[in-house]
Structures are given as structure tokens and as C-alpha cells.
Write a protein that binds this ligand. Structure first.
Ligand SMILES: CC(C)(COP(=O)(O)OP(=O)(O)OC[C@H]1O[C@@H](n2cnc3c(N)ncnc32)[C@H](O)[C@@H]1OP(=O)(O)O)[C@@H](O)C(=O)NCCC(=O)NCCSC(=O)C[C@H](O)C(=O)O
Ligand SMILES: [Mg+2]
Length: 291
């Protein structure tokens, strides 16, 4: 089983050369070089050039490289796309996508530009309409031409659009988050949780990481290097979980269990579905260098 870990996904403004260089030294799974909200209108053209050159130059190692372009309804989208696609990032992240039509338009554009086959499209889920239509958006993954690879939650924009408050525990939003996780995983997509704005509150941040992990997110988007370590810790399996996973796999590999769907192990029921989950845990551990 091959798995691409996406525990820690760090945003940085595409206008900030120092941050983009620093990202190459951080233990993150992915970077998002941002051309949208963190770049002021007057700085967009310069940032676009800088991001295209940074992606082309490479040096991010095993870290996956996302570029967040401006939304399709903005004056910058077309030029962002023209500059970023030839640079061949792993992912182009498109904000404020609310319907499959937009996704199809983006895919057609990639096709017309003969984009590198490995470049995927991810979308930010951050409008009320995207939440209403999340299943239809996720179902676009069944058409490989859309290149849809996953979702990133935009919890700040969701709060802005709905007037929901970003309170500890996120109770007002939990139903939406859970629906998005369900839709993503139903169609084999990865999904990454939104950001935690208070970068000096690491306790609150860790609590929100745990919340996201327990809801089924694959990782969390981050805004500052000090969030990386606690995030990786929460979204990595513990050594005990990996050891248990190996034991479950080994138990089902025993010749006497070959025909069994369920066995008893250390006083608990273990089914083949647990062996499948265990294989995923081990694959993640291997991918992050734990095993
Ligand atoms: C928030 C910040 C502006 C704070 O920056 P700064 O004041 O420079 O912080 P520090 O002095 O503590 O920085 C220490 C060193 O770390 C580097 N740094 C800081 N942030 C990053 C980063 N994100 N990536 C890489 N490196 C970073 C500094 O350069 C310092 O390095 P050094 O000098 O070598 O020691 C800043 O953290 C920041 O800009 N964060 C990202 C903001 C961003 O991208 N926002 C957009 C995404 S969030 C979003 O849009 C939400 C979504 O759409 C929604 O709707 O929810
Ligand atoms: Mg947003």
C-alpha cells in the first residue's frame, strides 16, 4: 500500500522568499505557496513570478508542492494559471470552488494547456454552496479528467460567509466538517483541515488538531513553523499503534487463521477490516520514516 502523508501542510505567502526558503528545511509533508489571501493586490504580479520560479527551481525534497491560485472569479486567475501550470507543481489549489461546473472548466483549461499529467487539482471548501454540494464535488473524482485530488477546508471563509463563530471545539461547524470528510473519503479523496489563526496558542492548536484527526481528516493546514511539530505528532500513529498494527497483520498471516474472518487477539475481537486498517497505519509509519 502506497500512501502520501499529508499531516502538516504549511501555507506561506508567495511574496515571501524567506518563508519559502525556510519551508525547505521544515519537517512538513506539504507546502502551499499562496497567491490568494496572503498576497496584497499590488503584490500579486510579482508573487506570481516568484512562485513560478520557486516551483521550477525545486529543492522541496519529499515535500509535496501546492500552489494556491486566486479564485476563478478574480482578475488574477487566468494569469496565475498561465504562470503556474508550466512550473509543474504537484497540486494547484483553487479557492472558493462551489460547483462541479467550475471544476470542469478548470480541468478543461489544464487539458488545453497540455499540463503535466502528474499535476492534480485540489479545491478549497469554504463557501456555503460547496458545503451543500460537497457530495457532487467529491463525485467529480470518478472522472479522472477532472484530476481532483482532494479538499482543503477554508474555515475562515466559511465563518465569514455564514457568520458562524470560530469557537473552541468548533461545535457550530462540526456537522459541515464531518460531511466534507465523509464525502471526501467516500470518493477516495484526501482532506485537510482548516487553519488555527492564533499562532501563539499552541495548546488550543493541539486540541484542534486532535479534533480534526478524530473527525477523520488526513492532516491540518498550518500558518507558522511553530505549529508543525505538534501537528505531526497528532497526525502520526504512535509507536504503540504501529506495533499493534503489525501484530494484527501478523496474526492474520498465521496459517491457522488463513480461512478466518475474525479472531481473538489479546482478549479482543479482531476482524479482517482491522487488518486493512492496520496495513494503512503501517504504510503511513513507513512513509514518514517511523518504521
Ligand atoms: C503570520 C505571519 C505573518 C507571522 O510571520 P512573522 O511575524 O515573520 O513570524 P515569526 O517572526 O514568528 O517567524 C519566525 C520564522 O519563521 C518564518 N516563518 C513564519 N511563518 C512562516 C510560514 N508560514 N512558512 C515558512 N516560514 C515561516 C519567518 O520567516 C521566520 O524565519 P527566520 O527569520 O528565518 O527565523 C506568518 O507566519 C505568515 O505569513 N503565515 C502564513 C500566512 C498565510 O499564508 N495565510 C494564508 C493562508 S490561511 C487562509 O487563507 C485560510 C483559508 O483560506 C480560510 O478561509 O480559512
Ligand atoms: Mg479562504
Amino acid at each position: 500500500m502506497t500512501i502520501r502523508p499529508r499531516r502538516s501542510v504549511l501555507y506561506m505567502p508567495g511574496s515571501n522568499t524567506r518563508a519559502m526558503e525556510k519551508a525547505k528545511t521544515l519537517p512538513i509533508d506539504a507546502v502551499i505557496l499562496d497567491l490568494e489571501d496572503s498576497v496584497a493586490p499590488d503584490a500579486k504580479a510579482e508573487a506570481r513570478k516568484l512562485v513560478a520560479a520557486t516551483v521550477k527551481a525545486g529543492g522541496f525534497g519529499r515535500r509535496e508542492v501546492f500552489v494556491r491560485v486566486n479564485g476563478v472569479d478574480t482578475p488574477w486567475f487566468g494569469e496565475d494559471f498561465e504562470a503556474v501550470v508550466p512550473a509543474r507543481p504537484d497540486v494547484i489549489l483553487v479557492p472558493k470552488v462551489s460547483s462541479p461546473d467550475t471544476l470542469e472548466m478548470i480541468s478543461q483549461r489544464l487539458l488545453d494547456m497540455h499540463a503535466d499529467a502528474r499535476t492534480r487539482i485540489w479545491i478549497m471548501v469554504e463557501t456555503p454552496l460547496a458545503i451543500f454540494g460537497i457530495r457532487e464535488l467529491a463525485a467529480c473524482a470518478t472522472d479522472s479528467e477532472t484530476r481532483l485530488g482532494g479538499f482543503v477546508m477554508g474555515t475562515n471563509d466559511l465563518a465569514k460567509e455564514t457568520r458562524v463563530r470560530l469557537v473552541p471545539g468548533r461545535a457550530p461547524m462540526t456537522g459541515w466538517l464531518a460531511d466534507c470528510v465523509l464525502a471526501a473519503h467516500a470518493y477516495g479523496l484526501d482532506i485537510v483541515d482548516g487553519v488555527y489563526n492564533n499562532l501563539s496558542d499552541l495548546e488550543g492548536f493541539k486540541r484542534e488538531c486532535l479534533e480534526g484527526r478524530d473527525l477523520g481528516f488526513d492532516g491540518k493546514t498550518l500558518i507558522h513553523p511553530n505549529q508543525v511539530e505538534p501537528c505531526n505528532e497528532v497526525f502520526s500513529p504512535s509507536p504503540e499503534e504501529v506495533a499493534l498494527a503489525r501484530k494484527i497483520i501478523a496474526t492474520f498471516d498465521l496459517p491457522e487463521n488463513s480461512g478466518k474472518g475474525v479472531v481473538q487477539m489479546d482478549g479482543r475481537m479482531v476482524e479482517r477490516l482491522h487488518a486493512e486498517m492496520a496495513k494503512r497505519t503501517v504504510a503511513i509509519a513507513e512513509a514518514i520514516g517511523m518504521a
